[in-house]
Ligand binder design. Structure first.
Ligand code: SAM
Ligand code: SF4
Length: 474
């Protein structure tokens, strides 16, 4: 049982963040070059790194070795994920909140926030707008409030799945919301969600208490740390962890994330599907001077080190970051980004290009349209993907880990990415993006040796181009 809430924790729940140990790892002397190279080699062999090994990468300051880390992160990303980048959009459903997180504009003490929950009709409007721009994957975001219990969130998920517009439909709905109890996660699982994300924000206990008042639900560190263990026990094996970078020492948070991932893997035989690393952004009524923050150089480094530490975990980079930083860190290990995002409630139909600080959680750094982000990705040689096949065919959790091997990418991921890209090009792209996309599809096809798989793929691409057939996946 959890002391503050008297809610039931997971079986054998413990606070597995040993702060003294992580602190000691970070304060050890810089590693010898041979040790760093050995750790990089282990990572390139796609073995997850321990917290001690990750700390050696974090302590290393020799320019040449740091460059080797960046090169390795690039290589690993290519080997595990190919050149695909999965695209999604956030949909903020409601910003009522009982918590008082010091960094967030939705905190209950922010009396100037415009509070709102989308009505069912407004959800249809927002989802239609997202589908009309080409999105297939959404993450629904909620404040923590009794209004937003599991039943409410499950109904919202089902409603989102039911909205169609032309060829548009949402094929995967992920969730970023408060921790639930076992029954809550069961309800969410039955609603057919993709990933359930809960970010610990900071793994450092004292900082956690300082920014999440003890009188609030979120003030209970262990209830939150244990959230995804309960999800696993309730059958939600597709989960996402994250830390809010900029509220404490970024190196410690990297070790916290790695420890969390390893703990889930140890206990349930499957690690997190995704890791997120949101960086603190300006928000209504918040002074960034009160936080240590993370500069751009360290941010790039932390993405590369995380990539090396957790080879098989998807890494999500959001539009909190500006276009330039997004482009830069993408090559070091990011597998998913959002695009065309609006985070004010109702923002996909109501706010045009403006950001309204009294209506949103924080300021976004990249508010380019999905089409212009797609075009840049295509011109940079990435394959933007809206693929949802694994989750819909039950290839998640432990099962998915078995498949995340090189041959799998060639056989399934690349062809599926190309057919979803073709759907975007035919149904939504501007002429310029279409041109860049057609050239990329051609180039990708040229890389595939002649085979039945290749002719089947060409056939599926042609069906999308010239008929109403959609959603053709393996
Ligand atoms: N209310 C739920 C919760 O706190 O878990 C749902 C998610 S909250 C709306 C989404 C995430 O946004 C938080 O977990 C936090 O990491 C991040 N966030 C909050 N304020 C932020 C800010 N000022 N800058 C960047 N990210 C922020
Ligand atoms: Fe509420 Fe989440 Fe914002 Fe905290 S981060 S105030 S829980 S919406």
């Amino acid at each position: 049982m959890c002391a503050m809430t008297s809610l039931t924790l997971s079986n054998g729940a413990v606070d597995f963040i040993d702060e003294d140990r992580l602190g000691a790892l970070l304060n050890a002397p810089p590693p010898a070059p041979a040790e760093v190279r050995e750790i990089i080699a282990k990572s390139l062999a796609k073995e997850p790194l321990s917290a001690a090994e990750t700390s050696a990468l974090l302590r290393c300051e020799e320019t040449e070795l740091v460059e080797e880390m960046f090169d390795a992160a690039r290589t690993l990303k290519r080997n595990v994920y190919g050149n695909r980048i999965v695209l999604f959009a956030p949909l903020y459903i409601g910003n009522y909140c009982i918590n008082d997180c010091l960094y967030c504009a939705f905190r209950r003490s922010n009396t100037q926030a415009v509070r709102r929950t989308l009505t069912p009709d407004e959800i249809v409007e927002q989802v239609t707008a997202l589908e009309d721009s080409g999105h297939k994957r959404l993450i629904l975001v909620f404040g923590e409030h009794p209004k937003y219990d599991a039943e409410f969130m499950a109904r919202t998920v089902q409603q989102v799945y039911s909205v169609t517009s032309g060829h548009g439909e949402i094929r995967r709905v992920n969730i970023n919301a408060a921790p639930l109890d076992h029954d809550g996660y069961k309800i969410m699982h039955e609603a057919g969600i993709g990933t359930y994300q809960v970010f610990q924000e900071t793994y450092h206990h004292e900082t956690y208490s300082a920014i999440h008042p003890a009188s609030t639900r979120k003030g209970d560190y262990l209830w939150r740390l244990d959230a995804l263990n309960r999800a696993m026990e309730a059958g939600c094996d597709d989960i996402g962890i994250g830390a809010l970078f900029g509220v404490y020492d970024w190196r410690f948070e990297v070790l916290g994330l790695v420890t969390h991932a390893l703990e889930l893997q140890r206990k349930y035989g499957v690690g997190p599907h995704t890791i997120s690393f949101p960086r603190l952004q300006p928000a209504h009524g918040i002074s960034l001077n009160d936080f240590p923050l993370v500069n751009d150089e360290d941010f790039v480094r932390l993405v590369a080190v995380l990539r090396l530490a957790v080879p098989y975990t998807g890494m999500i980079l959001t539009a909190r970051e500006n276009a330039e930083i997004r482009r830069k860190v993408m090559e070091f290990g990011v597998s998913q980004i959002d695009a065309g995002s609006r985070i004010e409630i109702g923002g996909y139909t109501e706010s045009g290009d403006a950001q309204c600080m009294d209506r949103e959680q924080f300021a976004l750094g990249d508010i380019r349209s999905l089409d212009s982000v797609m075009r840049e990705l295509l011109q940079d040689g990435y394959v933007p993907s809206f693929c949802t096949a694994c989750y819909r065919l039950g290839r998640t959790g432990e099962h998915f880990m078995e498949f995340a091997i090189p041959g799998f990418i060639k056989r399934f991921c690349t062809p599926n990415a190309l057919t979803t890209l073709m759907e975007y090009l035919v149904d939504y792209a501007s002429p310029e993006t279409r041109k860049a996309g057609d050239a990329l599809v051609e180039a990708e096809l040229n890389k595939i040796p002649d085979s039945t798989e290749k002719s089947d793929l060409i056939d599926r691409l042609e069906q999308v181009r010239s008929t109403d057939k959609r959603d053709l996946y393996l």
